[in-house]
Design a protein around this ligand. Structure first.
Ligand SMILES: [Fe+2]
Length: 160
């Protein structure tokens, strides 16, 4: 799968999970869904920051890429706050709503970024990059990558 199609499908997947979280009522179901959402976002941010963004960090995309990396940092701060709470805490649902809003904005911003970066790389390279990203994502998801998030709250990742 090419890199951009992979990232877009992960965006859709996480939006579906947020929809399920909205409908969940029991603390157990909410916790299970939060864990999957936080793991997916942590692994998604990692493959973007380590593989995708550096591969397309050229020309007039650099400002947008710096912005999305800052968005990742804000998302990681929220995930770290949520990790410290139980789902029955009254702050949990409002913070999840905030996270969902941030992800919606991130997905919108990346939709236009993806449209312009698709032209940057030949199809073969996009496919190879997608394979590497999908492999890294699967390896990360074998653990519980959400637990690495609180250690990533320093300055946003430097792309160059
Ligand atoms: Fe993304």
């Amino acid at each position: 799968m090419d890199a951009i199609t992979l990232l877009e499908s992960q965006h859709e997947e996480v939006e579906l999970l947020f929809g399920k979280f909205d409908k969940a009522r029991s603390p157990y179901a909410k916790q299970a869904l939060f864990n999957v959402i936080a793991d997916s976002l942590a692994a998604h941010a990692a493959i973007e920051e380590r593989l995708f963004y550096p591969a397309v960090y050229v020309g007039n995309h650099t400002d947008d890429l710096r912005s999305v990396v800052e968005e990742h940092l804000a998302m990681k701060r929220l995930i770290a706050d949520l990790l410290a709470l139980t789902t029955s805490d009254p702050k949990f649902d409002p913070l999840m709503k905030l996270l969902q809003d941030q992800i919606d904005r991130h997905v919108d911003r990346e939709a236009s970024l993806f449209a312009s970066t698709r032209k940057l790389l030949p199809k073969r390279e996009l496919e190879a990059l997608g394979d590497a990203m999908s492999g890294m994502f699967d390896r990360l998801m074998e653990g519980a990558p959400r637990h690495g998030v609180p250690a990533e709250l320093g300055p946003a990742v430097q792309l160059s």
